[in-house]
Ligand binder design. Structure first.
Ligand SMILES: Cc1cc2nc3c(=O)[nH]c(=O)nc-3n(C[C@H](O)[C@H](O)[C@H](O)COP(=O)(O)OP(=O)(O)OC[C@H]3O[C@@H](n4cnc5c(N)ncnc54)[C@H](O)[C@@H]3O)c2cc1C
Length: 415
């Protein structure tokens, strides 16, 4: 007689690992499946910021910015023209949802997951290797001109309304806390409540080790299909054979569509690709914060592997070969800002942000299948809210009173 699990969680990025751990902590017999190691995909390739100061979703590009994107000279956003037809609907929806009142409301709807994010990470990392990767200094946004600083006034106003703290610094004041950053900018905004992980992949792996240590089963294999066999039984068809579970949670980030499509679901899930690459620093130069070069559209920060540069958004087919043009484009600006040495790897690494146009994830039970749950679409904030999303899903799964209202994240909001 084959093992039957209470629940199989597909995907061991930060979202899947956190979900599996929360289910295990509630006494469930949990199988976590990933075709690679924990945290090796998008949960590797990110800027490491725990964005507890996030208050407002991204706005779409201005007309001036759009002209640069269309000419393919922009540093922050890039299109593969061949995949544009595929993305047009998503982009149109993104523009529709960019009205200030809608952005403010969507920012507010995400706040419950964001506000507790650091505490939720702390709870999962207690007693694990992950603790040494948590740094209390988080995100700083640099503005190269007064116009750029003024352009971000709405974010600061909303933050003030919500009681999210920040400090505006001139170049002299910022030099005191980041002495290696050259004063090529006009103002720095330090988001004081945000934090940083100096190795996001290692943190995800440490949560997965905790899961295994406490009795969870991790299986390294690809999932081909999910089949609802009977009222209370799911067949998980893997590359190593079938496993059975009473319930299944899909946490496969940008690949979730591969699993839900065959079950008859269609979601407007887009993928914003992004790249990361590590460099040495010249001399003893280092960075205490994750520094966002706002006008150019990249992030630079010190990681365990070196100085990491991460890029903005590339709209391309998810499975198209990597085209890390944006890393090359932002490098001269990064070198102007910080004494960067040589690249540490021969190639940049690709990450795929799973994004909905309303900047909210899907978390919860599916509308049409008993025992099927979704937890994906965490966009630009998945590293931050992976643990809080995992907790929310586990609370609903176990019939507990959820710590926040899950309604905004329902799968049927697109119906
Ligand atoms: C450049 C960049 C910078 C970013 N910076 C930040 C930041 O500073 N802060 C922040 O909060 N967020 C940031 N993000 C976003 C964040 O990294 C993502 O939202 C998050 O990692 C998504 O996690 P996930 O678990 O949903 O997906 P993933 O980490 O991609 O995990 C999905 C997992 O599912 C597995 N999988 C998929 N299909 C199958 C299958 N069929 N069978 C078995 N396994 C499968 C994959 O192998 C993978 O391990 C950034 C993203 C990028 C690209």
């Amino acid at each position: 007689m084959r093992d039957c699990y209470d629940v199989a969680v597909v995907g061991a990025g930060i979202v899947g690992v956190s979900t599996a751990l929360h289910l295990l902590m509630r006494g469930k017999k949990v199988l976590l499946i990933d075709r690679g190691g924990a945290g090796q995909e998008t949960s590797f390739c990110n800027s490491g910021i725990i964005e507890t100061s996030y208050v407002l979703p991204f706005s779409p590009p201005s007309y001036k910015h759009m002209a640069r994107i269309l000419l393919d000279t922009d540093t922050a956003v890039r299109f593969h023209y061949s995949s544009l037809p595929h993305y047009l609907g998503w982009i149109a929806d993104f523009y529709l949802k960019s009205r200030i009142d809608i952005r403010r409301n969507n920012g507010k709807l995400l706040r419950p997951l964001i506000a507790c994010a650091l505490d939720e990470h702390r709870a999962l990392m207690r007693g694990t290797e992950a603790e040494r990767h948590l740094s209390a200094t988080g995100r700083v946004k640099l503005h190269r001109s007064e116009a750029s600083f003024a352009g971000a006034a709405l974010e600061r106003r909303v933050a003030q309304e919500l009681g999210v703290s920040f400090e505006v610094m001139d170049a002299a004041a910022f030099h005191e806390i980041e002495p290696f950053v050259r004063p090529v900018y006009h103002k720095a905004v330090k988001w004081t409540s945000s934090a940083r992980l100096t190795n996001p992949c290692a943190v995800t792996a440490a949560y997965a080790e905790k899961f295994a240590r406490e009795g969870g089963i991790f299986q390294k294999t690809g999932v081909r299909a999910l089949t609802h066999i009977s009222e209370d039984l799911w067949n998980v068809e893997t590359e190593q054979g079938a496993v059975q579970a009473n319930q299944v949670v899909v946490c496969a980030g940008p690949w979730s569509s591969d699993l839900y499509k065959s079950l008859g679901y269609a979601f407007p899930l887009g993928v914003k690709r992004g790249y990361c690459r590590h460099f040495s620093a010249i001399g003893a130069a280092t960075l205490a914060h994750a520094v966002v070069d706002t006008d150019i559209g990249y992030v630079i920060g010190s990681m365990e592997q070196g100085i990491r540069i991460t890029t903005g958004a590339e709209f391309a087919d998810r499975d198209a070969p990597p085209t890390p043009v944006q890393i090359e484009r932002v490098l001269p600006y990064a070198r102007e800002l910080f004494p960067l040495g040589e690249a540490k790897e021969s190639q940049a690494r690709l990450g795929n942000r799973p994004c909905f146009a309303d900047s909210l994830p899907v978390i919860g039970a599916t509308p049409r299948h008993k025992g099927l749950w979704f937890n994906f679409g965490h966009g630009h904030s998945g590293l931050t809210i992976g643990p809080s999303s995992g907790r929310l899903l586990a609370e609903m799964f176990c019939g507990e009173v959820p710590f926040c209202d899950p309604t905004p994240y329902r799968a049927d909001r697109f119906a």
